[in-house]
Design a protein around this ligand. Structure first.
Ligand SMILES: NC(=O)c1ccc[n+]([C@@H]2O[C@H](COP(=O)([O-])OP(=O)(O)OC[C@H]3O[C@@H](n4cnc5c(N)ncnc54)[C@H](OP(=O)(O)O)[C@@H]3O)[C@@H](O)[C@H]2O)c1
Length: 307
C-alpha cells in the first residue's frame, strides 16, 4: 500500500510517500481501504518527537479515517466487506496516513451515505473531542456562558456549534480574518485576540474551553465566575493547576468507541453540528499539510484525500 511515513523525527520534510506492506485484519479486527484521513495538530508533535522519541520506524501517523471495509477478521459479525465506515484509532495506535489500516471493530461505526468520507473524517478526533468536552467534561447547560478559545480551529469550530445547540451563550477568540467564519458557526461574541486582551473584556463565564494552550491557559482562569469550570486540551495530558481555589480545572479524557462516533452522526443529522471548512491534500502532500497545521492559523480541518 502507499503511505506517508517517516523514519526519523524532524520537520515536515521527513514525511516520505512510498510503499509499505499491507496490514492484515487480526481477530476482532476489520481491514479498511482508507478514503480520507484528517491531519490533527498532534500529528506534527508526534513527527517532531515532542511527545516521545519513537523507535518503531517506518512510522505512519494519523488517528482518524473514513473508508470501506475490505476484509473482516475472526469474530467480527457486525461489519461486512463493502461497508462504509469511519473511526478513530485506539489510544497508542496511529496509521491512517495510508491506503489501508487494520482496526478493532469496536472502534468503528457505519458512515451514512449522505456524508462523504472527506466530511466525516473532519469530525473524527475533532468531533470526539468537542462532544466529550462539552457534554461530559464541562457538562454545559442551557443559559450558561462559555468562552471557547481559538474558535477558527478544528475542535473549537465544532464546539462553538455544539455549545449553541446546547443553549449556551458563546464567546470566542479568533483573528479578524476569521470573524465571519466563527460568526457563521454561531458565536455570539467574537474577540480579535491580536488587538484585545480577552481578560479585559470577558468575565463571569460559567465555562471555558481552551484549545490554544501556552499563555492563554493560565489567563483563561480569570474570566470564570466563582464555581466556574475550565477544560484544557492544548496544555498537556493533565489539567493545569488553577491559580484560584473557587474554580475547576479539567482535562477531558477523549475515549474512542462506537457509541461516541454514533453520537457525532446523531448530532450531524440533527443539524447540531455541520462539517467545518476543509482543505484537501493528497497523501503525497502530507508534508505541506503539516506546514499549514504547524502554522497554527488554519481554519477548520486539513483532510488527506487518499482515494
Ligand atoms: N483529545 C485531545 O486531547 C485533543 C484532541 C484534539 C486536539 N487537541 C489539541 O488541541 C489543540 C487544538 O487543536 P485543533 O486541531 O483544534 O487546532 P488547530 O485547528 O490547529 O487550531 C488552529 C487555530 O488556533 C487559532 N489560534 C492560534 N493561536 C491563537 C490564540 N492565541 N488565540 C486564539 N486562537 C488562536 C487559530 O486561529 P486564527 O487563525 O483565527 O488566529 C487557528 O484557527 C492542539 O494543541 C491539539 O494538539 C487535543
Amino acid at each position: 500500500m502507499k503511505a506517508a511515513f517517516f523514519v526519523e523525527h524532524g520537520g515536515p520534510d521527513v514525511l516520505q510517500y512510498g510503499d509499505l506492506p499491507d496490514p492484515v485484519a487480526g481477530p476482532n479486527e476489520v481491514l479498511i481501504d482508507i478514503h480520507a484521513a484528517s491531519v490533527n495538530a498532534a500529528d506534527a508533535k508526534v513527527r517532531a518527537g515532542h511527545y516521545s522519541q519513537l523507535t518503531n520506524f517506518p512510522y505512519v501517523l494519523g488517528r482518524d479515517f473514513s473508508g470501506i471495509v475490505s476484509a473482516v477478521g475472526d469474530g467480527v459479525d457486525e461489519f461486512a466487506i463493502g461497508d462504509a465506515v469511519f473511526g478513530v484509532c485506539d489510544v497508542g495506535q496511529e496509521g491512517t496516513y495510508a491506503e489501508k489500516i487494520a482496526m478493532k471493530a469496536a472502534l468503528i461505526a457505519k458512515k451514512p451515505d449522505s456524508i462523504s468520507h472527506e466530511d466525516i473524517v473532519a469530525l473524527g478526533v475533532a468531533g470526539l473531542t468537542a462532544v466529550i468536552t462539552l457534554e461530559e467534561t464541562l457538562k454545559l447547560k442551557a443559559g450558561e456562558t462559555i468562552l471557547i478559545q481559538g474558535g477558527a480551529g478544528g475542535v473549537a469550530g465544532l464546539a462553538i456549534q455544539l455549545a449553541k445547540h446546547m443553549g449556551a451563550h458563546v464567546i470566542t477568540t479568533a483573528s479578524a480574518s476569521n470573524h465571519d467564519y466563527v460568526r457563521g458557526l454561531g458565536a455570539d461574541e467574537i474577540i480579535d485576540y491580536n488587538a484585545v486582551d480577552f481578560t479585559e473584556v470577558v468575565s463571569g463565564c460559567d465555562a471555558v474551553f481552551d484549545t490554544v494552550g501556552g499563555e492563554v491557559t493560565q489567563r483563561s482562569f480569570s474570566v470564570l465566575k466563582p464555581g466556574g469550570r475550565a477544560a484544557f486540551i492544548a496544555s498537556g495530558g493533565t489539567a493545569p493547576p488553577a491559580p484560584r481555589s473557587d474554580v475547576e480545572s479539567l482535562r477531558p479524557q477523549v475515549g474512542r468507541d462506537r457509541p461516541h462516533l454514533e453520537r457525532i452522526i446523531e448530532l450531524l443529522q440533527a443539524g447540531a453540528m455541520t462539517v467545518p471548512d476543509i482543505t484537501l491534500y493528497s497523501l503525497a502532500d502530507a508534508a505541506e499539510a503539516h506546514r499549514v497545521s504547524e502554522s497554527r492559523h488554519l481554519r477548520g480541518k486539513l483532510v488527506l484525500k487518499i482515494r
